[in-house]
Ligand binder design. Structure first.
Ligand SMILES: [Zn+2]
Length: 272
């Protein structure tokens, strides 16, 4: 299966080195929305969808808090829809979308692909449809209400390298798997993709900075750690899953490559 790495939304929060960039607190610390486009036997599969076309036209869909803090670049050329068209595919070629979770910077492009089925952890879909007061800001009704077809996935599938995993696609395929990694959000998942070079595990927002899963140990810059704690729904579960990912990276790093949504260094390495 051929895999394309797409940045579907650059964000430019301030914070400099404290937020993983360079310079003082007023310098920007660019972040990406790392999405995957997979050419499979069953059409195109999109892992996460980033900022959508309608979000670029009307940023209020993303909410004031998100746009004020992350300062998204909002360029139509960065949307998954435009990039997939530029690669020479038709929009209806996208048959499946597998979001890691449904936060506004991951779900904006879902409705841009009306022919696609969205395979999402049932717990995450329930959280988005019945958010608590704290969750109301992160799930955007304007983005989610126009999704043509949901496929809520329940836990109970196979194990995968010690993780409870669920097959994401119908038809008995086992090359794209949903791997529950809750903590950042209620039903947050990683997405494991089998490639010729081994597995690629898209960890979504289970971690934000490569140092958090580095086999040699390390810590994310302070601002990122504070941000992760502010937005997680279950801090203990998030930290436990980060530890599992770090262990996986240390013990199986030659078979499994970990990537996350917002680390621009990881993204550049994948594109390179
Ligand atoms: Zn995110």
């Amino acid at each position: 299966m051929r895999i394309h790495h797409l940045n579907c939304g650059t964000m430019c929060p301030r914070g400099g080195a404290w937020f993983g960039g360079k310079g003082g607190p007023w310098a920007t610390a660019p972040m990406c929305c790392h999405c995957l486009l997979i050419e499979s036997d069953d059409g195109l599969v999109l892992v996460d969808s980033g900022i959508g076309v309608d979000d670029v036209a009307d940023p209020s869909r993303l909410g004031f808090l998100f746009t004020a803090l992350t300062r998204p670049r909002l360029q139509i050329g960065e949307t998954a829809l435009r990039q997939i068209a530029d690669l020479g595919f038709r929009i209806d070629d996208v048959r499946h979308i597998v979001p890691t979770h449904l936060d506004m910077d991951h779900a904006g492009g879902l409705a841009d692909f009306p022919a696609a089925t969205v395979h999402v952890h049932a717990v995450e879909l329930r959280a988005a449809k019945e958010p608590t007061f704290r969750e109301r800001e992160r799930y955007r009704h304007a983005q989610l209400s126009r999704v043509a077809k949901w496929d809520p996935i329940t836990v109970g599938g196979d194990r995968w390298f010690g993780f409870e995993s669920v097959r994401a696609l119908p038809g008995g395929r086992d090359d794209v798997l949903l791997v529950p990694l809750p903590g950042h959000s209620r039903g947050h998942c990683g997405v494991a993709v089998r490639t010729e070079a081994g597995w690629l595990l898209h960890c979504g927002d289970a971690y934000f900075h490569r140092a958090e899963v580095a086999p040699a140990g390390g810590r994310a810059p302070g601002g990122i750690r504070v941000f992760e704690s502010l937005v997680n729904v279950d801090r203990a579960a998030r930290l436990a899953n980060q530890l599992r990912l770090k262990t996986l990276n240390r013990e199986r790093g030659d078979e499994i490559r970990l990537i996350s949504s917002h680390d621009p260094v990881e993204f550049a390495a994948c594109r390179g």
